[in-house]
Structures are given as C-alpha cells and as structure tokens.
Design a protein around this ligand. Structure first.
Ligand code: DP6
Length: 324
C-alpha cells in the first residue's frame, strides 16, 4: 500500500521571511525565526495508485478549490515522484483545523504536510534537513514547519544550503501565541506576490541591512528567556515588515480596521501592566505573543473586541510528523 498521512503545524515568525533571492527555489533574502503552533495544523493523506490517470486533490470542507492551489500540490507530487523514480498518480486529501478563509496563511502547514505524506507514501526516508529543503520549494514558510519548537531558517547561499532547524525545543520556554482571527473582506494579495514586490520599497534595503544584528539580539533574548526584550524585537520587526509592504509599488495593505484596533489594545494593556506583543503576517489576523500565565486573560479580552471572530491559544509544538 502506497499510502501515508502526515500532520504538520502552522508557524508564527518572530523574524519574518520577506523577499526571495530566487522565486523558483524560494531561497530567502534573510534568515527568519519562528515557533511551531500547537493548535493550528494541517493533516494530509497521500495515496499513490496505479489505476489513476491524474492526481485527484481534495481539500476537506471546501467546495471550490482554485486551480492554482491544486497545481501547487501537483508540483510537490512531481518532486516526490522524481525522488522515488515512480510514475503513479495520487489521491490527496488535505484539511486544516483552522479557518482558511480568514486570512491565516495555511501554506506552511499544508505544503509541509503534503511533502512529508508524499514521501511517506513511497516509503522514502530523508533527513529533517532534506525534508525542510523540499518543503521550502513548495512554500518558504513550510520549511520552518518541519523542525520542532523554536526554529531558525538559515538563508544559506543556494537551494542546497537553505533550510530550517530547531534552535530551542518546544519545552524550552512557556510562551503562547494567541491568534486573534480577523475576517477578511477584501481579496488577499498572495504572499508570493508580496515577496516579489519587496524590493520596490525604498525601505527594503534598510530592512536587510539591520537584519543580522536583529537576529543576533533576538536569539540572545530567547536564550535568556528575556520576554520583554524579545517581545519588543518581535513587535518592532512586524512593523518593519509591514512598513515595507505599505511602501511597495503597488502598496500592499494587509491590515483591516480590526487589525489596528487589536494592535492598539495590546499596547494599552501593556501600559496597564499586562505584558504582550503583537505580530502580523500577510493578512489581517493578529498574533498576540504572551507568557503562559497571561494567555487566558488575553484570549478573553481579545474575544470581546468587535471584529475578532475567535482567539486561539497556541503553545510551542513539535514539527511535522507521519501519522501512519
Ligand atoms: C508574511 O511562505 O507564504 O508569513 O514562499 O511564496 O509560499 P511563499 O511565501 P510564504 O511567505 C509568507 C511570509 C510571512 C512571514 C513569515 O512567516 O516569515
């Protein structure tokens, strides 16, 4: 039986991946740092069969799936077929446990899960390092959903040297990412498109110049478990990335009014003694980073904000795994 199922988490970037050196290999312009999320993940089952003429791809719970999304998965299967030296077509059944239409990137969990399930179905064993590289080819952030816990994706020099690895295990630090899910009315500019525009911002080169120092500082803060220092860097970094987005040509504004409302509340709460910091990816949802002891009160407060649909408490988690 050429079948396997994989589970892979989404991840939140504390230092963002924004801009590539090459759109095909997705080798990034800078290292990025993230945490795998315990409550937001994809599960994907792949079965290669000798009676199929083409790949059959299903996203559970969704009626319409864009051709673009299917093609992305077929590309992953093609890569796996090449490695395994087989020509079978496959059925793919994938599902996310979090709402996809709300602007939370699902490519990290989805693309890493399908990569691992595809290899598993053909009983191909590769190292975590190779797996991270393969996932990267499907979606940059997917490379960071392979290793456990707190992760650094090393930019590297080329496709061979660009992959993610664990820098601290999940139990190293009890911090949470409370995701304030904000619905999105307007059509999202895909992050793939956003990456391609990064260099049109007058601030992009400046961003890259400061990167090495910022990464050194945040890793030091993490090592010492200095939450205040860490949080300030995280928030500053999110605003830095979005400053590049809104000054790209054409500009990309990922925020909704509710996004801004949550950002302001987080700062207000902090001034009042409840410490947390926000970060935002390529969508309107806000990730509120806090210490374990404060996560429940923060989730409660977030749920009371108009426009916040849900607040999901995530803890650091392990990376992608085969389930069968
Ligand atoms: C904004 O991984 O979605 O979430 O490589 O084109 O698939 P592709 O891009 P993607 O990049 C999203 C980047 C980000 C920031 C981050 O998570 O580092």
């Amino acid at each position: 039986m050429m079948k396997a199922k994989a589970k892979s988490p989404a991840n939140i970037a504390f230092i963002k991946y924004w801009g590539k050196t090459d759109p095909i290999t997705r080798v990034p312009q800078n290292n990025s740092i993230s945490m795998c999320l315990s409550k937001m993940f994809s599960e994907c089952e792949v079965e290669f069969r000798d009676d199929l003429k083409k790949d059959l791809i299903k996203f559970e719970g969704e009626k319409v799936v864009k051709d673009r999304e299917k093609e992305r998965i077929v590309k992953v299967l093609d890569r796996v077929r090449k490695i395994g030296n087989v020509n079978y077509r496959a059925t793919v059944n994938t599902k996310n446990n979090f709402p996809k239409a709300t602007g939370i990137a699902s490519s990290a969990s989805g693309m890493s899960a399908v990569t691992l399930a595809g290899l598993g179905a053909l009983r191909i064993k590769v190292s975590k390092k190779e797996l991270s590289k393969l996932a990267r080819l499907a979606s940059g952030t997917a490379s960071r959903s392979i290793p456990d816990g707190f992760v650094e994706w090393e930019r590297g020099n080329d496709s061979e040297t660009s992959y993610a690895k664990t820098i601290f295990k999940p139990n190293f630090w009890k911090i949470c990412d409370v995701v304030a899910v904000v619905s999105k009315k307007m059509k999202k500019v895909s992050s793939t498109k956003g990456h391609a525009l990064a260099n049109t911002s007058p601030f992009y080169q400046l961003r890259l110049q400061g990167m090495e120092k910022k990464i050194k500082k945040i890793k030091q803060a993490m090592k010492k478990r200095d939450f205040s220092k860490f949080g300030r860097i995280v928030e500053d970094e999110a605003l830095n990335m979005h400053a590049v987005c809104i000054t790209s040509q054409p500009p990309i504004i990922y925020w909704d009014p509710t996004t801004v409302e949550v950002m302001k509340r987080v700062i207000e709460w902090r001034n009042g003694g409840l410490e947390s910091y926000f970060t935002i990816d390529a969508g309107p949802s806000v990730h509120v980073i806090c210490l374990e002891k404060d996560c429940k009160i923060i989730a409660q407060r977030l749920r009371k904000i108009n426009g916040v649909k849900e607040a999901i408490i995530n803890r650091p988690s392990i990376g992608a795994r085969l389930l069968s």
